[in-house]
Design a protein around this ligand. Structure first.
Ligand SMILES: *Cc1c(COP(=O)(O)O)cnc(C)c1O
Length: 349
């Protein structure tokens, strides 16, 4: 990572079989215009809202999203959750039984799960005790097999943003893809990396409709990158990976994005209040700084506190067996009423 070179053509990083394969061409790929009669896709002709296949490339959603996020539509891939993008990136760029991804522990579990499913090696670098990138540890860990680095910022389960300077350092020096997972960016004070896309051909930014947008049940994830990277993902995705209803509801959500922005404001306010309450508890050892809609808290005995809350029918996430997270609980910020109950329960402990 120490030598800086011109970044190679993206296609030189793509697996050979994927570069040379011929993609499936659906009826809606071959004819994209408007017509009176569609007899090309073996659909049932009797009208219902869903008798037709969806737009395979979700053009309307991408146009709206591009305007809101200030990118070009060609820089967007939409998937069945951001989990689909994570899987496709690994499958497109990592040769099974040969290549590796690099993750910074503790972090979101899907990167290593997707790698393992695809027989791709997982290299791990520990975050510092305050959960930031430890750049000195990177050169010892990655090697010529490392194709993708996953950085989660704000990080799950720790909640904090990684230092922008350190992320930029990785982007400038690493020779493969750098994926920044911004699932929680709407709750953060820091800036997204979306505006860096034109500067770094190896940058991939993931966002999702599952958290701030309040649409986890729809399964819609966003992946932003150079057109070259987006084209590779489009080539190997399932043809109709985002259904019609999801595309319609996403358009509604983007059009009415004040709903999301209002929810974020409420959650951020509630977060301040929950943090203050947690800090006062007898059992609290440390409340970690958060830029997300959850907070990581170290208590005297996390499994016991988890069990106590469970008995009160309040479920939090026990992360005490996760590296660097001993005796830590991860608590999502709820509604004011839900947070009342959580805080009351903990104060009575
Ligand atoms: C919740 C979460 C996601 C969202 O995944 P979807 O498949 O879009 O629901 C992605 N990354 C991280 C770090 C998350 O915590």
């Amino acid at each position: 990572m120490s030598k800086k070179k011109a970044f190679p053509d993206i296609n030189s990083l793509v697996r050979k079989n994927i570069l040379t394969m011929k993609p499936y061409s659906s009826a809606r790929d071959e004819f994209k215009g408007e017509a009176d009669i569609y007899l090309d896709a073996n659909e049932n002709p009797y009208p219902s809202p869903y008798n037709r296949y969806p737009d395979p490339l979700q053009r309307r959603v991408k146009e709206e999203l591009a305007a809101v996020r200030e990118v070009r539509p060609e820089q967007i891939f939409l998937g069945n959750g951001s989990d689909e993008a994570i899987d496709l990136i690994i499958r497109a760029f990592c040769e099974p039984n040969q290549d590796s991804i690099l993750i910074t522990e503790p972090t979101y579990g899907m990167y290593s799960v997707c790698a393992e499913v695809n027989a791709v090696n997982v290299q791990q670098v520990l975050l510092t005790p305050d959960f930031d990138l430890d750049l000195d540890a990177f050169p010892k860990t990655f090697d010529a097999t490392t194709k993708v680095i996953f950085l989660c910022s704000p990080n799950n389960p720790t909640g904090n943003l990684l230092s922008r300077d350190k992320i930029l350092e990785v982007l400038k020096r690493f020779y493969g893809l750098v994926v920044i997972d911004e699932a929680y960016i709407d709750f953060a004070k820091g800036k997204s990396f979306l505006q860096e896309l034109d500067k770094y051909p190896n940058l991939v930014v993931l966002q999702t409709f599952s958290k701030a947008w309040g649409l986890a049940g729809l399964r819609l994830g966003m992946c932003f990158a150079s057109e070259a990277i987006i084209n590779v993902l489009n080539k190997i995705k399932y043809p109709y990976n985002v259904n019609i209803r999801t595309q319609e509801l996403a358009l509604d959500a983007i059009e009415n994005r004040h709903v999301m922005e209002d929810a974020v404001k409420q959650i951020v306010q509630q977060r301040t209040r929950v943090i203050k309450a947690l800090e006062k508890l007898r059992i609290t050892e440390k409340v970690f700084p958060t830029d997300s809609n959850f907070v990581l808290v170290r208590v005297q005995d996390a499994p016991a506190t988890y069990k106590y809350l469970l008995d009160q029918k309040i479920i939090v996430r026990d992360r005490s067996r996760v590296v660097l997270c001993y005796n830590c609980l991860r608590i999502t910020i709820g509604t004011a009423g839900e947070n009342d109950r959580l805080i009351n329960a903990l104060e009575e402990l």
